[in-house]
Ligand binder design. Structure first.
Ligand code: LRH
Ligand code: MN
Length: 401
């Protein structure tokens, strides 16, 4: 019996299967590594340190879920040799059967970026930042990756200490030059964040600033929505609807949070939030949706790295399947007639639906394990990598300072 009475069970199953067949979400290489907070990190024996280990872990997640064929790379962490590391990465892609995904430049670690990178008052330092962005574009082109995904930590901590106006102009200049260097089918995704590590002003703080910068750069620049980068109470699905409306939504960094940019696992705090976002995405044409990149951006400080990543992809599949069950034609009618409670029930009853049996049938039909987390535990993969990597990880520092 489907959510809307008899006979819809087949239709529900078809909707879920079609949705899952088209669902892909990218895993972050840094999600497998020993990360922490400024108060320290709890080292895990099985954590990945080398890029080969990160590809191996990503391949395991994809083998268990069938939904994560690409791994996001962070340039300084994964390609410390820059473009020279590309052949090695291509070798790993072949060996592990997962492709390099978005290329993430890193303009927040080097000491010279203390007062900013692309918004730094020093033209020389802005030049260095541009050089790193152009290297990242080159790496993306060489690896055949579509997206260069840019987040900058630039900002200030005290009023009056920087010219917010001048910094906007400097950012436009550098990002314009980056856009000009993009290949035919490359894109640059501009990620915004309201605060941290800057605590007075952040140069790209919200969707409006990112949108205006992207538009001024050109057609290959889009906005990236990190779900953790919003003030409490922000209606994120409304921002998503707007960015879809103006054709500027490039993609997502999915995670969850209770307070700020907590980078917790997707759906762990507010699964209904992800459902509402997926509803906006599934309400546009498949063609329009194809340009929206789904990516995970999390920091697994306490959960086992592999368990957290497999759990995240499986949860994303289940929430996407729920959103696919919304009877959009009926909902549009009820919305048009302002039949509020019926509309809400039509919308929410899809969220209440336990789609796990349908998702599990899809997994079996696609030759995938019925329950990825159970299959991970039975595979012994975590025990194997903990044995192999344990001694090396034991020596890595846990304190922040
Ligand atoms: C910044 C951010 C960005 C990444 C980093 C790991 O908070 O979301 O997307 O580069 O996390
Ligand atoms: Mn992010």
């Amino acid at each position: 019996m489907g959510i809307n009475g008899a006979g819809t069970a087949e239709r529900d199953a078809q909707r879920v299967w079609d949705a899952l067949d088209g669902f892909r979400i990218e895993v972050p290489s840094w999600g497998f590594a020993n990360t922490g907070t400024r108060f320290g990190k709890f080292v895990q024996a099985g954590a990945a340190t080398t890029i080969e280990e990160k590809f191996s872990d990503a391949a395991q997640v994809n083998a268990l879920t069938g939904a994560s064929p690409t791994v996001a790379l962070h340039v300084l962490w994964d390609l410390p040799g820059g473009k020279a590391d590309v052949p090695a990465i291509q070798g790993l892609e072949k060996k592990y059967g997962v492709k390099s995904g978005s290329i993430n430049p890193n303009l927040f670690q080097n000491a010279e970026y203390k007062y900013g990178s692309i918004a730094n008052p020093s033209a020389e330092i802005r030049g260095n930042a541009l050089a790193h962005l152009l290297d990242s574009v080159e790496i993306g082109r060489a690896l055949g990756s579509k997206d260069v995904s840019l987040w900058i930590a630039d900002g200030s901590n005290y009023p009056g200490t920087q010219s917010i106006r001048k910094r906007i102009g400097w950012m436009e200049e550098v990002l314009g030059a980056m856009h000009a260097a993009l290949g035919e089918d490359q894109r640059m995704l501009v990620e915004y964040k309201p605060f941290e590590p800057a605590f007075y002003h952040t140069d790209i703080a919200d969707w409006g600033m990112a949108l205006e910068l992207a538009r001024r750069c050109g057609p290959k620049a889009k906005v990236l929505v990190d779900t953790g980068h919003h003030y409490q109470g922000t209606n994120i699905e409304q921002i998503v609807a707007w960015l879809l409306h103006v054709g500027e939504l490039g993609g997502f960094h999915f995670n969850d949070r209770k307070y700020a940019d907590d980078d917790l696992t997707l759906g762990s705090i507010d699964p209904y939030q992800v459902f509402r976002i997926f509803h906006e995405i599934l309400s546009v044409s498949a063609e329009e949706r194809s340009g929206v990149a789904f990516m995970i951006d999390q920091s697994h400080n306490l959960k086992g790295k592999m368990e957290a990543m497999v759990q995240t992809v499986a949860t994303a599949q289940e929430l996407y399947a729920k959103a696919a069950l919304v009877d959009r034609a009926k909902l549009a009618e009820l919305q048009q007639d302002c039949r509020l409670v019926e509309a809400e029930e039509c919308f929410r009853s899809a969220f209440w639906q336990d789609v796990r049996p349908l998702v599990q049938q899809w997994r079996v039909a696609r030759g995938l394990p019925t329950e990825p987390l159970k299959a991970l535990a039975e595979s012994g993969y975590v025990e194997k990598i903990s044995r192999e990597r344990g001694s090396r990880n034991a020596s890595s520092v846990s304190s922040y300072a």
